[in-house]
Design a protein around this ligand. Structure first.
Ligand code: ZN
Ligand code: ZN
Ligand code: ZN
Length: 256
């Protein structure tokens, strides 16, 4: 199976050896912008075709996390001293024939969605101040809360960069107070500028061509006062997972 990041500076071939595992740990959440989902391949069944963009972030002494420095795509997780590599479901091109078989670290999930796949009530706790950061903490910010309605996006670009699918909420950029800021951006084919941390690859925001600004939901630490409200661009959704939360689904944008 062939896979790649959004900008093409990382590409690979792999023969996956397992179903997909959804991971809600805080590290996968920060890097993906929502939560991650990955299969794995043994090293003998894995080959990098292009690696110019590949950067590794040593999140702990147990594993390193691979992302593309060109577009911010979160692609790989590699345990130290083992001969296997985890690969994002969203990184694969075309049909995968895979399915999500397990869900890990549900206790670390964001409070704006249910890792079990059910919908949350629309009114969350009143959270007047949101605190956020990237995984390496080179980015730290505060802003007025609550998070409110969160949109999940399954478009090709969000799938590639998150490694699964994206979740974000609209903000005015001026409302964010950055206490530390280190952001790289990638302009996708739709003209959206996708901001990510160049050190750890965490997803931070998407600034669309029309001037809208969406902050990655997982950049905000709990409590958020947010709730997942809809799924958009489901026509481009990965084939390896189902949406079971009963929320409205739109084939393209929420407008049509
Ligand atoms: Zn890339
Ligand atoms: Zn960072
Ligand atoms: Zn999208």
């Amino acid at each position: 199976m062939h896979g790649s990041c959004l900008c093409g500076l990382v590409a690979f071939e792999a023969v996956p050896d397992r179903h997909v595992i959804a991971c809600h740990c805080s590290q996968c959440r920060k890097q993906s912008g929502h939560f991650w989902a990955a299969t794995f391949a043994w090293h003998k069944d894995f080959r990098l075709i292009r690696a110019e963009g590949l950067r590794w972030y040593d999140a702990s002494d147990k594993a390193r996390r691979g992302f593309c420095g060109g577009c911010g795509a979160f692609l790989f997780w590699q345990p130290v001293g083992e001969d296997r590599i985890s690969i994002a479901g969203g990184a694969f091109d075309g049909e995968t024939g895979l399915h999500v078989g397990e869900s890990w670290h549900n206790e670390d999930a964001g409070d704006y969605y249910s890792p079990a796949g059910s919908a949350l009530p629309n009114a969350g706790p009143l959270v007047p101040l949101l605190q956020g950061s990237c995984l390496c903490r080179a980015n730290r910010f505060t802003m007025p809360g609550p998070m409110g309605a969160v949109t999940a996006c399954h478009c090709h670009a969000c799938r590639k960069t998150s490694g699964h699918y994206a979740a974000s909420f609209p903000v005015t950029p001026e409302a964010i107070t950055w206490h530390a800021r280190q952001v790289d951006g990638y302009k996708d084919s739709m003209g959206n500028r996708r901001g990510f941390c160049p050190t750890c690859g965490s997803k931070l925001y998407v600034q669309d061509a029309a001037g809208g600004f969406q902050l990655a939901a997982a950049a905000v630490d709990n409590p958020t006062g947010g709730h997942l409200a809809r799924h958009v661009y489901v026509a481009e959704k990965g084939d390896y997972h189902d949406l079971t939360d009963g929320l409205p689904q739109y084939p393209a944008g929420a407008g049509g």
